[in-house]
Design a protein around this ligand. Structure first.
Ligand SMILES: *Cc1c(COP(=O)(O)O)cnc(C)c1O
Length: 477
């Protein structure tokens, strides 16, 4: 053998572990299977939050190898014994996670097959599957077939793509930026302001429109402000509505906002990252009236469809405005163009991407959409149940929520006393951790916030929360 061939052989042998044989794969699978079963079975009784001074420690050294067994034990400890259990039904703070099991299998299949989901030319199978999902989301929200869409890593990137399209459609660049005006409430998710900065619109004028007592945008104020800005020769170009705000679950008056947007030649964007999928429920549809009139829409299956983190959706009606920033041809990609299909890479900053469609497609394929709807409805009912029981305990609850986010506080004679009490009461709840509730400040009031969206949150979870609240209340009072 030539020395070149010998060297190749040595490298081949040394790297052969990168393709473990069937026996090893079977062993690893069975260990992972055991871990998975144990993890899921323990979830029901596990604390939702663990507050501790200790910190996770990992034994990691790229020059050394470890067994899967010891590695799984290490992960179990570092995941389970610190902070928030995002997969637990007891996570009813922030916007809860979930992580339905078949989505995990979808991820596994996507990783093992590693289908190239960036371009149709590379994987017609993967891209067709993703485009089919996008067509389904379009039909759900009564968006036209010609709209384009993308499966993103989450709501933040989805919003970024939508706002970039708005910018390009309205030609907001260079000297136009300081005169351009965006309209939203202070309750929009902060990824909106962040996206504006990223896309070079940090210097636009932002008008925070006041809200009514249900935290929805006040449409009269919006109209006045649009007129005023128009009369003052500014350029109103973007109106942003929330279909379920993160803090209070409020849905803005979308229909009226759509009408005003049109009148003042503005792009109308709707962020439904938290609330969008409640549109699946027939009885809630009227709340979302006008959502179908949006120029762009964001929804987050890793919230409203209970998927593990890592999947958002953006839809944009004006294809050209999306292509303006994202469609690109390069010499080294010349084989990949010309078949007329819309490639994920034309609609997103990403080229090579995770084949993330499969994690949504597989669960719906196996289970159908009906259980998802029932679960969303259950979340709404549990929110009412929780609020009713809290009132019986003497708490004041926030205004009737549109969806499944609400808040409460224990009333005291004056605001300072009340805030002090509720702050320390909330700390106790965090210390307990059976169920995790977050906090917020609304109209200067410290409030305890509930967000019920995990598919694992059940009536028994809420009863557990109420038990925790009852016993901490006894101590605090
Ligand atoms: C969560 C959320 C976002 C951000 O989405 P990520 O998936 O966390 O990036 C945007 N808007 C709203 C209303 C949200 O609730």
């Amino acid at each position: 053998m030539s020395s070149l061939e010998e060297q190749i052989k040595i490298c081949e042998e040394k790297s052969s572990v990168l393709e473990p044989n069937q026996e090893i794969r079977t062993d690893w699978f069975s260990q992972i299977q055991q871990f998975t079963h144990q993890y899921i079975d323990e979830l029901q009784d596990a604390k939702a939050f663990i507050k501790t001074e200790a910190q996770p420690v990992y034994d990691f050294d790229p020059e050394t190898t470890f067994s899967l067994e010891e590695t799984l034990a290490e992960l179990r400890h570092n995941f389970n014994d610190f902070g928030l259990r995002a997969s637990s039904g007891g996570h009813v703070g922030y916007i809860p996670g979930g992580g339905i099991f078949p989505a995990g299998l979808g991820d596994l299949l996507a990783a093992v097959t590693n289908e190239y989901a960036g371009m149709y030319f590379g994987s017609p199978g993967a891209v067709t599957l993703e485009n089919q999902l996008l067509d389904w989301v379009k039909s759900l929200f009564d968006f036209p077939e010609e709209a384009v869409g993308n499966l993103t890593s989450g709501g933040s990137i989805a919003n970024l793509i939508a706002l970039t399209a708005a910018r390009d459609a309205k030609g907001i660049k260079n000297e136009k930026v300081p005169n351009a005006v965006v309209y939203m409430t202070l309750q929009v998710h902060h990824c909106i302001q962040k996206a504006l900065r990223i896309i070079g619109l940090g210097d636009v004028v932002i008008r925070y429109i006041p809200m009514n007592d249900r935290h929805q945008l006040d449409i009269q104020f919006l109209e006045k402000q649009l007129q005023l800005d128009h009369d003052n020769h500014l350029q109103p170009f973007l109106v942003i509505g929330s279909a379920g705000t993160t803090d209070t679950g409020a849905i803005d008056p979308l229909e009226d906002m759509a009408v005003l947007s049109k009148k003042f030649d503005c792009w109308f964007h709707v962020d439904g990252a938290y609330g969008g999928f409640f549109y699946l429920l027939e009885n809630l549809k009227p709340l979302f009236k006008g959502i179908e009139k949006a120029d762009s829409l964001v929804v987050d299956p890793h919230k409203g469809l209970f998927l593990p983190y890592g999947l958002g959706v953006v839809l944009v009606k004006n294809k050209d405005s999306v292509f303006h920033s994202h469609h690109y041809t390069a010499n080294y990609m010349q084989d990949a163009y010309g078949d007329g299909t819309i490639n994920p890479a034309d609609v997103s900053p990403e080229l090579t991407k995770h084949f993330r469609g499969l994690r949504l497609w597989l669960p719906i394929k196996l289970l159908g959409i009906a259980p998802f709807k029932a679960c969303l409805e259950e979340k709404i009912l549990l929110t009412h149940y929780f609020r009713e029981e809290l009132v019986k305990l003497g708490f004041v609850v926030g205004p009737e929520p549109d969806l499944s986010v609400s808040y409460f506080y224990y009333p005291k004679d004056n605001l300072k006393q009340q805030n002090d009490f509720n702050r320390s009461f909330h700390l106790r709840l965090i210390q307990d951790g059976s169920v995790f509730l977050s906090s917020s400040t609304i109209d200067e009031k410290f409030v305890i916030r509930m967000a019920i969206l995990s598919f694992r949150t059940k009536k028994r979870t809420i009863d557990r929360a109420l038990d925790m609240i009852r016993s901490q209340l006894k101590i605090e009072n």
